[in-house]
Design a protein around this ligand. Structure first.
Ligand SMILES: *Cc1c(COP(=O)(O)O)cnc(C)c1O
Length: 221
């Protein structure tokens, strides 16, 4: 199956208002252009220098989403162009994004990553940590950052009931945060959840953007 056919198959399963982020990390410009030529414009990457090079050499109407763990000292590479950072997990990172955004004369859109999986190595705020962070309103100190929603990753498991439960929990957290802190903010509207193996469940549970790599591009080399 070609990249184009893979995309068509996924699009058939996605409601029109759910955004498809084509996760192109570790894939070449040539492969990315196959998806671009099939009409896709949103691409997700997880390494700062890699996405910087791709941004410089690929068409400028691509929206680059940063989806992986982001180290503070790497923010500067992506700050001039990144369209959404999905993986903000603390004030230090938020503060650095704000600093780099101001330097580049722009606002940077971010999502707050929430830890919903049972694995220890997944990053993100724990639920209570997230509420404490928002309650303190520290994000108001950072006018060059716009918080647009939440992101989360389910446990890597075959157990669909568990995945369903984790996405439901994230959806509840999303609605609570929206209601308690962003109810009059139309920009807070994105819930990024769902990958190749679990995106149909994520969509049922209210995802607004799915991040899909291997199902489009094949296994990463
Ligand atoms: C790599 C990655 C994806 C895509 O994973 P696939 O299983 O290949 O679809 C999605 N989200 C994040 C955060 C990733 O790092």
């Amino acid at each position: 199956m070609s990249v184009k056919e893979n995309i068509q198959n996924i699009r058939k399963q996605l409601p029109e208002d759910v955004k498809l982020i084509c996760v192109s990390k570790f894939h070449s410009n040539e492969t990315i252009l196959e998806a671009y030529n099939a009409g896709e414009r949103l691409f997700g990457e997880s390494r700062a220098q890699e996405v910087r090079l791709k941004y410089e050499s690929l068409p400028k109407d691509i929206e680059w989403h940063f989806i992986g763990h982001l180290q503070k000292n790497k923010v500067k590479y992506i700050a001039p162009f990144v369209s959404l950072i999905h993986s903000v997990d603390g004030e230090d990172l938020l503060s650095e994004i704000n600093r780099c955004a101001e330097k580049n004369n722009r606002k940077i859109n971010v999502l707050l990553q929430v830890h919903i999986a049972q694995e220890e190595q997944k990053f993100g705020f724990f639920e209570q940590e997230l509420y404490d962070f928002l309650e303190g309103k520290v994000f108001q100190k950072y006018p060059f950052v716009k918080i647009c929603g939440l992101m989360g990753m389910a446990t890597f498991t075959e157990n669909e009931t568990q995945i369903e439960k984790e996405f439901s929990v994230l959806n509840e957290i999303f609605r609570k945060v929206k209601n308690d802190y962003f109810c009059s903010d139309d920009d807070f509207c994105e819930l990024s959840m769902g990958m190749s193996d679990d995106f149909p469940i994520a969509v049922l549970k209210g995802s607004t953007m799915v991040r899909i790599g291997s199902l489009i591009f094949g296994e990463r080399g």
